[in-house]
Design a protein around this ligand. Structure first.
Ligand SMILES: Cc1cc2nc3c(=O)[nH]c(=O)nc-3n(C[C@H](O)[C@H](O)[C@H](O)COP(=O)(O)OP(=O)(O)OC[C@H]3O[C@@H](n4cnc5c(N)ncnc54)[C@H](O)[C@@H]3O)c2cc1C
Length: 450
């Protein structure tokens, strides 16, 4: 097979491999691909894309499969391109504070490498120990630190990408500023593998902050926690994270992996501030005052171990919830910050009226609430009720000026709802762009648009 167009490329059609690459972290139905390939470099990606073209196969890019919207689920007659083997850090340029990476590098590994050099890559999805930078770029991933530092898009300077015809393009570049032509790089960010395959990414990095302080704020009343979020920010403090958990989330964590969180409170905020020690000390005092003025209790994590324990609790939410019900319909709505109290009360009301458990947690500082509608997919009636509940939640979110996805993207699971938010003319433009990049509709078909 030396002269085969795919010679040297690792490919499998074994059933066990096809099964492993047939699902992601969402509730979307899995589907088997025809084959899975693990390219090692851009040339191999190009050859795979050309081969797929000649053989009428679709191409599904895959990072680590941690996506929450079914965006990397195979479609009919497709080949999955897993970027696991393209995981090198190609360059760290401390003079210009940039790093060039291959798409398969795990976010947490990049963070650690940069930290050793005194630098910092802020986007930190809670899945950071498994998800890849390529997946983060394709979903424009956010994370707890987005409140102060922004999301993936804010750190991508340039992308090398392979188009559906096998040609290679370079978008963006090495400079922090650029005002030349349309911004193709930004079109690729968040496009969920439907326009092109990223093969090399240049990222911005920042100096590590001098110091970090972690605070835990406990509230007996859900509304007070939401008001605390607005009060802290309107007093001109921008924490690096401001994570919210409701009572059911706290109970779920403590039942699953006890970390010492109190279960007799209605909500908590996990807040981190960073900067110069003297500044953050003052900010912490102000936050504690705000918390007390709303009847809450505040504690400061005393050392790294205490801090890590709190973040461990935050990261265990997802597995903990599966002990409540077998299916969690996980949505990541986002509302303007001042509407957080309203949306939380509405969610409570919908849950009481429908009898369906809704568990909320998330990045309260930027209004991005992870809403988990807890059902059993095998109970058809309950599942249908859960799906109706999701639609009601989207309607209310949009009425409050919000959006149906803050960071997970549309994929398959939210594609039936995209028209609730994006109007016809805008959708036409988006589909037109897709048609120019991918005239045969072979790049991750069935995702974003139905
Ligand atoms: C426990 C848990 C916590 C999470 N927390 C967060 C969070 O805080 N914030 C957040 O934003 N998300 C979060 N997520 C969702 C998920 O981790 C992110 O969407 C992440 O960016 C997906 O990365 P991945 O490598 O797993 O990509 P995949 O799931 O494999 O793929 C996601 C999308 O990217 C495309 N893609 C992958 N690689 C490429 C490439 N090289 N070129 C083109 N397209 C590509 C795929 O086709 C697909 O459309 C969480 C998920 C879990 C399971």
């Amino acid at each position: 097979m030396k002269n085969s167009p795919l010679s040297g490329i690792q490919i499998s059609t074994d059933k066990e491999d096809l099964i492993c690459y047939s699902f992601d972290a969402s509730i979307a139905e899995s589907a088997l691909p025809q084959a899975v390939a693990w390219p090692k470099n851009t040339d191999e990606v190009v050859r795979l894309v050309r081969y797929a073209n000649e053989n009428n196969l679709s191409i599904i890019a895959r990072g680590a499969g941690t996506g929450m919207a079914g965006a990397s689920i195979p479609s009919e007659n497709c080949i999955v391109l897993s970027f696991e083997k393209m995981r090198k850090i190609l360059d760290i340029d401390t003079k210009n504070m940039t790093a060039v990476v291959e798409p398969g590098i795990v976010n947490g590994r990049l963070q650690k490498e940069l930290e050793c050099l005194g630098y910092f890559y802020p986007p930190d999805p809670a899945s950071l120990n498994i998800c890849t930078i390529g997946g983060n770029v394709a979903t424009n991933a956010g994370g707890p630190r987005a409140l102060k530092y922004g999301v993936t898009r804010d750190y991508v300077m340039g992308i090398e990408a392979v188009l559906s015809d096998g040609s290679v393009i370079n978008t963006g570049g090495r400079t922090y500023k650029k005002a030349v032509g349309y911004d193709l790089k930004n079109l690729l960010i968040g496009s969920e593998g439907t326009l092109a395959l990223s093969t090399r990414i240049r990222l911005k990095m920042l100096p590590l902050p001098e110091d970090i302080m972690t605070l835990l704020l406990l509230f007996k009343n859900l509304e007070a926690s939401a008001i605390a979020v607005s009060k802290i920010i309107s007093s001109k403090i921008i924490p690096r994270t401001m994570e919210f958990m409701d009572r059911l989330t706290i109970e779920a964590i403590e039942n699953y992996k006890p970390t010492g969180l109190p279960t007799d409170v209605d909500a908590l905020l996990l807040i981190e501030i960073d900067g110069y020690p003297a500044t953050i000390k003052k900010e912490a005092e102000r936050i504690v005052d705000i918390c007390h003025s709303l009847g809450g209790e505040a504690t400061v994590a005393e050392d790294d171990m205490a801090r890590e324990r709190l973040w461990e609790a935050r990261r265990s939410i997802s597995p903990a919830l599966y002990h409540i019900k077998p299916t969690k319909i996980n949505e990541d709505i986002v509302v303007p910050r001042d509407k957080i109290p309203l949306i939380l009360t509405e969610l409570q009301r919908i849950s009481e009226e429908s009898g369906i458990k809704i568990i909320s947690f998330g990045h309260a500082g930027d209004g991005n609430i992870h809403v988990n509608v807890m059902v059993d997919k095998n109970n058809k009636e309950e599942y249908a009720k859960g799906m109706r509940t999701v639609k009601r939640i989207f309607e209310i979110t949009l009425k409050l000026g919000g959006s149906i996805s803050g960071e997970h993207g549309i994929g398959i699971t939210k594609s039936p709802y995209i028209g609730m938010e994006i109007k016809e003319r805008e959708l036409e433009l988006m589909k037109g762009i897709k048609g120019i990049f991918d005239p045969k509709g072979k790049m991750n078909p069935g995702k974003i648009f139905r």
